[in-house]
Design a protein around this ligand. Structure first.
Ligand SMILES: [Zn+2]
Ligand SMILES: [Zn+2]
Length: 286
């Protein structure tokens, strides 16, 4: 898209979850990729969820469906094969990266490294969906349970940003996924993020991201879930820009109908916040 005469390419560094390879998403990966191409994306990263290393880390819907970790690994194997085929098929028209969205919980680090090596993944989106080992982003019920286990929202925020710091240190992902996801079902998040113990952690994590040259996912899926602004929230975006962190849009699509949704308004928002909107491409980690 063009803003004030400057071309801001449409890209998504985080998305392409498909019903073919993920129980809580919709549609075939090929149809999702075709939609990106139709919408004129320059490059996209397919970032299917990491399969869990053990059965007790399955998402609730996967547990209910009677799936096991081994089934998810087989599914992930098929995902990578399909994604590589699409990468070839679209070469010359649109660059496709074959990537993965990580988790962070006990046992995740060696498992992520093993998967990266085994599948020679193009890069990694480092996300945290667990606090105190509890998945908090699946539904409001899981969120409330995780907050209770943490001992309240303030503690949950602190634990979340501490887990994220550890994730950054251990995984050094090319892209840090939805940095402030912990605000998901908390209407009071602007105030909570200003509390010194939370604000200090946010600042620490952003500084580390800047030092390591990682990119920040500007994730518009928040809007589909009813939020008024993407992840990250405006004050964090402002600070990230001050620290010269590279921001990159992500639609976090989970089906054809969420491809590119909210992306243009997010790019406009980034432009207005002073972001150059000339996206750096994700680099492969060694
Ligand atoms: Zn998902
Ligand atoms: Zn995620």
């Amino acid at each position: 898209m063009k803003i004030a005469g400057v071309t801001c390419p449409r890209v998504s560094a985080h998305g392409g979850h498909s019903g073919e390879f993920c129980l809580h998403a919709k549609d075939n990966l090929a149809d999702i990729v075709a939609t990106y191409a139709q919408q004129g994306f320059s490059w996209i990263g397919l970032t299917e969820h990491m399969p869990p290393p053990v059965d007790d880390k399955l998402y609730p819907d996967e547990q209910q469906a009677g799936l096991k970790a081994v089934d998810l690994l087989r599914q992930f194997d098929r995902y990578v094969q399909t994604a590589r085929r699409l990468q070839q098929q679209y070469a010359g028209e649109m660059t496709i990266y074959v990537s993965m969205e990580s988790e962070f919980y006990a046992g995740a680090v060696p498992w992520v490294r093993q998967l990266q090596r085994q599948y020679n993944l193009d890069y990694l989106v480092g996300s945290v969906h667990h606090v105190n080992e509890c998945c908090f982003d699946f539904s409001v019920t899981e969120y409330q349970y995780a907050i209770e286990v943490a001992g309240g929202l303030d503690a949950a925020y602190c634990n979340y940003f501490d887990a994220q710091y550890a994730m950054i240190e251990h995984l050094r992902p090319a892209v840090v996924g939805h940095f402030d996801l912990i605000r998901l079902f908390d209407d009071d998040y602007p105030r909570r993020m200003q509390q010194p113990q939370v604000a200090q952690r946010i600042e620490r994590n952003l500084q580390r991201i800047a030092q390591l040259g990682l990119m920040l996912d500007f994730n518009v899926r928040a809007l589909l879930k009813g939020a008024t602004e993407p992840y990250v929230t405006a004050p964090i975006l402002q600070r990230a820009l001050e620290l010269e962190i590279d921001i990159v849009p992500g639609d976090d699509s989970h089906g054809v109908s969420s491809v590119g949704v909210g992306l243009d308004s997010a790019i406009k928002l980034l432009h207005d916040a002073g972001c150059p909107c000339q996206w750096r491409k994700p680099v492969k980690q060694s």
